[in-house]
Write a protein that binds this ligand. Structure first.
Ligand code: GTP
Length: 605
C-alpha cells in the first residue's frame, strides 16, 4: 500500500529534484506491465500506475531517500539507504542520523536540517560521513526539502546521492594537475606551448622569468608583444620552420633582456597535435648562457695558446707515446714539410734517417727518447733528423717533457736546429786559431804545433826547423794603393808559401807582414836538417820576390815587387824550450833585415 510520505517524495521529486526519475519511471512502468502481464488499458488507472511506479522507483534507485519528522527522527528510508547503513526500516524508525554516522558529522547535518525546518527552504550540500556500520568515509550530495502541512513545516524529506568516487576522481585530477604544474615550474628549463600564430598557450615559471612577465601578461600574447623585435623575429622564424616541417628542431637562441644583457638557450621545439587536429608548438629551452660563456672563454684561451704555440720560433711537437699528433709552423719548417697532413700520425723515427751518424737505428733511438722521457718526466739529447724536402741531415737538440692531458700521457718535444750552432762554434774555433785574412794558422795555433813538434823530435830523434819571414818593401803598396791592395798581397804570399811546402809543415801568419814556417821531420842529422831548411828558405825567398799582380778595386791591375827577409833556426833532440826556438828564429830574421833584406840567415842554437 502506498503511504502519504511517499506521495510527498513524489511531489518533491516530480517538481524539483528528481527529474531523472521520470525516465526511470517510464522504464519501470514497462517492466511492471510485462512482469505482471498487465496492460494499461485493462488493469490500472494512470494514478494507480504512477503510485506503483513510484514505490518501485524508491526501491530501486541508487540514492538514499529518507523522511524525517521535525525532531530529525527517521520516519522512512528506502531500501538502498537501509542497505548502505546496514539497518532495517523497523530499527531505523524513530532514530536520528547520530545512530548511523559519526557524532560530529551527525551534529553538522542536524544543524543543516534545523536550518531547513526553520527556513522552509530547499537545501543542497555536500557531506562527508563516516558510516558507523563499516567505518568507511563516504561523501554525499544531500538535498533536503521541507515538508509542509497546512502552512507549517512538519518534517523533512530528502535524498543523498553518493559522490565519493566523483570527489576522489576530481581530487586526483586536481592533484595530478597541480603536481604537473609543480614539476613543470620547478624544472630548470623553459617549457612553453604556442599556437600557430605564435601566441603563448602555456608558459612555465622559468619561461615567465626569462620573458620578465607574469602568466597573465604572457598567455595569448606573441613574442613580438613580449620581447624586442629582433629576438621575436628569430624565435618566430624557428617556430614557423618547426610548424611548417612538422619536424623537431634544435637551435641555439639568444634572448636580450630588458637590462641589455643576453641569455643563450639551447631550444628543442617540436609540433604537437592536439585533439581536433589543432597543431601547436611545444618548446623546451635550456639556459646555456654560463656554458657558452665558459666555452667562449675556453675557445679564446685555446686560440691564445694556439697563437703562442704557432708563433714560437722554437719547433714544438706534441705526440703520444706512439705517434705525432700536433706541431707548430717552426716544426714544419724544420722538417721541411708543406703541411701538417704530411706530419700527423708519423712516428719520431719516420722523421730521421734510417741510421743516426753514430750508427744507432733511428727507430730505436726514438723509442729510447720516449721511454726515458716518460720514466724521468723530461729528457734532453741530440739526434739527427732528415728533412723531407731536401733529404738534408740536420743535427737537432731535443728537449722532451711528459705531460698529462685529459688523462692521456703525452710528450711535448722542442727541437732546436743544431747545425747553425755547430757552424757558429766551428767559426769561433777557427777565429781563435786562424788568421781571418789569409786563412793561415795564427800565432796561437803555430805555438801549439811547435809544442807538438818539440815533443815529436824527442820521440823520433829527427830535427825540425822554424823560420820567421818578414816582407820587404810591403808598406809602399799600402801607402800607394790602400790596405785592400796590401791585403791581396798578403793573401798571395800565404798561398805561395803553402804551395811550396809539404802538408805536414805549417805556415802561420804572425801578424802584419810577418809569417812563420814550421818544417817538421827533417833529418836525424842536425847538419843535414840545416841544409834542408836553408834550401827550403831560399826556395821561398825566391818565390816571394816574384812580382805580384794586384787587381785594384777600380779594376786596374798594378804590379808590386817585394822580397822577404828570412831567419831560420833548427831544433832537435834534447831541446824543449819553445820560447828559445821562437826567439832564435826571430833574431835570425832581424839579422837578415839588418844584412840588407831579401836574404836568409841561420841562427844556430
Ligand atoms: N794591408 C795590410 N797592411 C798591414 C796589415 N798588418 C800590418 N800592415 C802594414 O804592414 C806594414 C808593415 O810595416 P813594415 O814591415 O815596416 O813595412 P815594409 O815596407 O815591409 O818595411 P820593411 O819590413 O822594413 O821592409 C805597415 O804599414 C802596417 O800598417 C794588414 O793586415 N793588411
Amino acid at each position: 500500500m502506498l503511504t502519504a510520505p511517499i506521495k510527498v517524495i513524489w511531489h518533491a521529486g516530480e517538481q524539483n529534484l528528481l527529474p531523472q526519475c521520470v525516465n526511470i519511471c517510464t522504464i519501470l512502468y514497462k517492466h511492471l506491465v510485462e512482469e505482471q502481464h498487465l496492460t494499461t488499458e485493462k488493469s490500472l488507472s494512470p494514478t494507480q500506475l504512477r503510485r506503483l511506479g513510484l514505490a518501485l522507483l524508491t526501491d530501486h534507485i541508487k540514492v538514499v531517500a529518507f523522511i524525517k519528522d521535525c525532531q530529525g527522527r527517521y520516519v522512512w528510508m528506502n531500501p538502498y539507504g537501509l542497505r548502505l547503513f546496514e539497518t532495517s526500516l523497523n530499527t531505523l524508525m524513530g532514530r536520528t542520523l547520530q545512530d548511523l554516522v559519526g557524532t560530529a558529522q551527525a551534529k553538522d547535518c542536524a544543524a543543516a536540517e534545523l536550518q531547513v525546518l526553520r527556513s522552509g527552504q530547499v537545501q543542497q550540500r555536500v557531506e562527508h560521513l563516516v558510516l558507523r556500520s563499516t567505518n568507511e568515509r563516504r561523501s554525499f550530495r544531500t538535498t533536503r526539502v521541507p515538508i509542509e502541512h497546512e502552512g507549517t513545516v512538519v518534517g523533512i524529506c530528502g535524498y543523498s546521492q553518493e559522490i565519493t568516487h566523483d570527489l576522489a576522481h576530481t581530487a586526483s585530477l586536481l592533484d595530478s594537475k597541480s603536481l604537473l604544474d609543480d614539476i613543470l615550474n620547478q624544472l630548470p628549463a623553459l617549457i612553453y606551448i604556442k599556437d600557430l600564430n605564435g601566441a603563448y598557450l602555456y608558459a612555465n615559471q622559468m619561461t615567465l622569468q626569462s620573458l620578465e612577465h607574469t602568466l597573465g601578461e604572457v598567455i595569448g600574447k606573441t613574442d613580438f608583444e613580449l620581447v624586442d623585435a629582433t629576438t621575436a623575429k628569430s624565435f618566430r622564424a624557428v617556430d614557423q620552420a618547426v610548424l611548417a616541417s612538422g619536424q623537431r628542431l634544435e637551435r641555439e637562441e639568444t634572448l636580450t633582456l630588458s637590462n641589455g644583457s643576453h641569455k643563450r638557450y639551447l631550444s628543442l621545439k617540436q609540433p604537437l597535435e592536439f585533439p581536433e587536429k589543432t597543431r601547436v608548438l611545444l618548446g623546451f629551452s635550456t639556459d646555456i648562457t654560463n656554458i657558452k660563456r665558459t666555452q667562449d672563454a675556453l675557445a679564446q684561451s685555446e686560440a691564445r695558446f694556439r697563437t703562442l704555440f704557432e708563433a714560437s720560433s722554437e719547433a714544438v711537437v706534441l705526440m703520444t707515446s706512439e705517434r705525432l699528433i700536433d706541431c707548430n709552423l717552426a716544426a714544419l719548417h724544420l722538417f721541411g714539410l708543406a703541411s701538417k697532413d704530411d706530419f700527423l700520425n708519423c712516428t719520431l723515427g719516420d722523421l730521421a734517417p734510417e741510421k743516426q751518424p753514430c750508427g744507432t737505428d733511428s727507430t730505436e733511438q726514438a723509442k729510447k727518447i720516449i721511454a726515458t722521457t716518460l720514466a724521468h718526466h723530461s729528457y734532453r739529447t741530440e739526434i739527427t733528423i732528415q728533412r723531407w724536402d731536401t733529404a738534408e741531415l740536420v743535427p737537432v737538440e731535443i728537449v722532451a717533457t711528459s705531460l698529462q692531458i685529459d688523462q692521456e700521457p703525452l710528450l711535448m718535444v722542442t727541437l732546436r736546429d743544431f747545425s747553425a750552432h755547430r757552424k757558429e762554434i766551428a767559426m769561433m774555433e777557427r777565429l781563435a786559431l786562424y788568421d781571418p785574412l789569409t786563412d793561415l794558422p795564427n800565432r796561437k795555433l803555430l805555438k801549439d804545433r811547435l809544442q807538438l813538434a818539440l815533443s815529436s823530435v824527442q820521440r823520433q830523434q829527427r830535427h825540425a826547423a822554424l823560420m820567421f819571414l818578414d816582407l820587404d818593401n810591403f808598406k809602399p803598396l799600402n801607402d800607394q794603393f790602400g790596405h785592400q791592395a796590401g791585403d791581396l798581397l798578403l793573401r798571395e804570399v800565404g798561398g805561395r808559401l803553402k804551395r811550396h811546402l809539404r802538408a805536414e809543415d805549417t805556415v802561420a801568419r804572425q801578424g802584419g807582414d810577418e809569417f812563420i814556417v814550421l818544417l817538421v821531420d827533417l833529418d836525424e842529422s842536425r847538419l843535414r836538417a840545416e841544409l834542408h831548411a836553408l834550401k827550403v828558405a831560399e826556395k821561398l825567398r825566391h818565390e816571394l820576390q816574384n812580382p805580384y799582380l794586384i787587381q785594384l778595386q777600380t779594376g786596374k791591375t798594378v804590379e808590386h815587387h817585394c822580397s822577404s827577409s828570412i831567419g831560420v833556426t833548427i831544433f832537435g833532440p834534447g831541446e824543449t824550450n819553445m820560447d828559445d826556438v821562437l826567439r832564435r828564429a826571430d833574431y835570425a830574421m832581424y839579422r837578415a833585415k839588418a844584412k840588407g833584406r831579401n836574404c836568409v840567415r841561420l841562427n844556430v842554437a
